[in-house]
Write a protein that binds this ligand. Structure first.
Ligand code: MN
Ligand code: MN
Length: 279
């Protein structure tokens, strides 16, 4: 029995399962995000910061937060139309009535994760922070590329509503896709700090770290200047006032990071998201 299955027995209703999804084979440009979960854990426990979220909730003394380790992913994890393996692992966590915080991995992992969530929460709203809409029907011959997850999610009807923030790469194809699927896109050109998003629950948060400006988060595969500040992303998370049932932090590429800067951002955001999942 591996670590993941052992931990599964310790998971009880109302707990938050932190789980690594070490997968980057659907990245179009660079590999590296598969190594991210270990780097984020190391940063979290490095002593460089404490385990307190900004509201004073100390996650070091939080028995309801359980680190599952990385989910076991063997060869054949991915098929042409998704990853039944990832969906099955997330389903096993949701069956325990836990809330799930997944650490990617590249953004391809969000489709099989949300497949599991949609089965439990048919009226899911998704808040998606990213430089990219990730709405390609296919990218370089793949329908499970990290450029495609939200096309798969929307065409399968897995979310009642999708709201995207941080977008600054919208091309004609993805604009047409957004219109087809009724995606609400708040592009950076229209973004103002403190904007009300009028979200409803149950809410799933998908956080691609390249939504932040590369000045704040250089450790990503696709540098797209003109993004959100770390503070703006923290404020977005802290403003969530509906039930947050799941989240992912994806696209950290430790190979590209500078002095662990982006990893520290990921660890910081993890704490803010975890207290919302525990609320
Ligand atoms: Mn993305
Ligand atoms: Mn992106």
């Amino acid at each position: 029995m591996n670590n993941f299955q052992t931990k599964l027995n310790q998971l009880a209703p109302g707990m938050v399962a932190l789980v690594g999804v070490p997968s980057d084979e659907n990245s179009s440009f660079l590999r590296g995000p598969a190594q991210a979960p270990g780097h984020i854990r190391q940063m979290l426990h490095s002593g460089s910061s404490n385990m307190c979220a900004e509201n004073g909730h100390d996650l070091a003394n939080e028995p309801r937060l359980l680190d599952m380790g990385n989910m076991p992913l063997g060869p054949g994890t991915w098929q042409a139309d998704g990853s039944p393996t990832i969906t099955r692992h997330i389903t096993s966590l949701l069956e325990k009535d836990a809330r799930v915080l997944s650490l990617g991995g590249d953004h391809a992992v969000t489709f099989p994760i949300v497949q599991a969530f949609a089965a439990k929460y048919p009226d899911l709203t998704i808040l998606h922070i990213d430089a990219h809409p990730d709405l390609y029907d296919e990218f370089e011959g793949s329908r499970v590329s990290h450029a495609c997850p939200f096309a798969r999610i929307m065409e399968a009807g897995l979310a009642q509503r999708l709201v995207q923030v941080g977008i600054r790469t919208l091309n004609a194809h993805q604009k047409a896709q957004a219109e087809k699927f009724g995606v609400k896109i708040i592009q950076m050109t229209d973004w103002r700090p403190g904007m009300a998003l009028n979200l409803t629950g149950p809410l799933y948060l998908s956080l691609d770290l390249d939504g932040l400006d590369p000045a704040y988060a250089p450790g990503v595969s696709h540098h797209e200047p003109g993004g959100l500040t770390t503070r703006e992303v923290i404020d977005l998370i802290q403003a969530i006032d509906v039930p947050l049932v799941g989240a992912d932090i994806v696209e950290l590429n430790p190979v590209r990071d500078l002095v662990g800067m982006t990893t520290a951002v990921a660890a910081k955001l993890l704490k803010e998201i975890a207290v919302k999942l525990l609320a």
